[in-house]
Ligand binder design. Structure first.
Ligand SMILES: Cc1ncc(COP(=O)(O)O)c(C=O)c1O
Length: 370
């Protein structure tokens, strides 16, 4: 493995220091929950190793989200990040070929590269409303293609596949006898109906998700992967055991406590997202420096500074970050032009969000070259 640090992690708010940021529009989750709000007593918890698959009651709740899924189809991991690592390293080796939508959550591109396999990136373009070109996906298959890796709702654009598109991709995967890694970390934040869990539709699909984004619990590092093929699950378990054996039992206990009230939390979370989405949409409609493709799910979007606006983009970020202490995810986090930026609207408080959006307009106006 050839590991390389990614800009999105080097420049992440937790590494920059939250205290240095007044308007944090760079996150991809809702507001972080604090332990105090959970009203939880873990005094009797024994700090032993946990079940290697993960706490059975938790796996039961998670399996309940998909038709026909069994708790043994679920493997708990340290965040979705570890699930992605386990899937990529279990299915790919140097010499294999894989296809990944691009831009993407950086790890989804970087881990296959670190493994040293051949990577075809499928471009998602603003001009195409960031739609995935499935004909192009099909044309990119080779006899060595082992994995197709997609994220839905998508990070950083907030776009979604339709159910018909998901079925078409699964047909391609079955025909090719490869696998679909379907990163569903934002699935429950779809504005309309969520897609079915991909793993419930095919034994060749691996669904990945976590409690980090929808539920605002990234600090407990609780994620999972779901797949219906017992042999494959055994391989994933072997990988998990070699990396970290079991999850933290403290994390699992907190997750279980939280998910017992899943439906109630989700209702509140939908209101939380809706409020912030509408503030962002109104701002977007009220100004002329930026344009976006309206997201369909999640709490991020990928707007750009209008191409016809003569903005000095380095100056723009210098003003935005330096003068206004406002942070977004600049395009280079996603290997894109820096006129693009990931705008995260789910994490900040309402005033912080409104202020941050106003600062984006100010920074753009102040960085126009004449
Ligand atoms: C699409 C996607 N997948 C996975 C992750 C990893 O998150 P975590 O490990 O906190 O679950 C992220 C984090 O930004 C993400 O955006």
């Amino acid at each position: 493995m050839r590991y390389r640090r990614m800009p999105i992690e080097i420049e992440s708010p937790e590494q920059m220091g939250y205290g240095n940021i007044a308007h944090n529009l760079s996150e991809s989750s809702i507001t972080d929950v604090s332990l105090r709000d959970l009203n939880l007593n873990l005094g009797d918890l024994v700090l032993a190793y946990g079940d290697h698959y993960g706490l059975p009651e938790l796996r039961e709740i998670l399996a309940g989200d998909g038709n026909g899924l069994h708790p043994d189809d679920v493997l708990l991991t340290v965040g979705a990040a570890a699930a992605l690592f386990i899937v990529n390293t279990s299915l790919l080796q140097a010499g294999d070929h894989m296809i990944v939508a691009h831009p993407n959550y950086a790890t989804n591109v970087e881990t296959p590269r670190a493994i040293g396999c051949s990577v075809t990136t499928l471009p998602l373009r603003f001009e195409d409303r960031f739609r995935l070109d499935i004909d192009r996906l099909e044309a990119s298959l080779t006899p060595q293609t082992r994995l197709i890796s997609l994220t839905c709702p998508h990070n950083p654009t907030g776009q979604m596949l339709t159910e018909a598109e998901l079925y078409r991709i699964l047909e391609i995967v079955e025909r090719q006898r490869c696998y679909l890694l379907f990163d569903e970390t934002y699935r429950e934040m779809a504005y309309g109906s969520a897609l079915p869990l991909a793993a419930s539709l095919s034994a060749r699909a691996i669904s990945v998700s976590s409690l980090s984004k929808t539920y605002g619990l990234p600090g407990i590092r609780m994620g999972w992967l779901i797949n219906r093929d017992p042999d494959l699950m055994e391989r994933f378990l072997a990988a998990k055991e070699q990396i970290f054996i079991s999850n933290s039992v403290v994390d699992e206990a907190i997750a279980l406590h939280y998910l017992r009230d899943k439906a109630a939390h989700l209702r509140q979370i939908k209101t939380h997202i809706d409020e912030r989405f509408h503030i962002t949409k109104s701002w977007m409609e009220s100004q002329t420096a930026f344009e976006w493709i309206e997201p369909q799910g999640g709490v991020v979007s990928f707007p750009r500074i209008r191409p016809d606006l003569p903005v000095d983009v380095d100056h723009f970020y210098a003003i935005l970050n330096g003068t206004y202490k406002t942070f977004v995810g600049p395009g280079h986090w996603f290997e894109q032009d820096r006129h693009y930026m990931r705008l995260g609207f789910g994490w900040p408080g309402l005033d912080e969000l409104r202020g941050g959006l106003a600062n984006l307009s100010r920074a753009a106006a102040e960085s126009i070259t004449t």
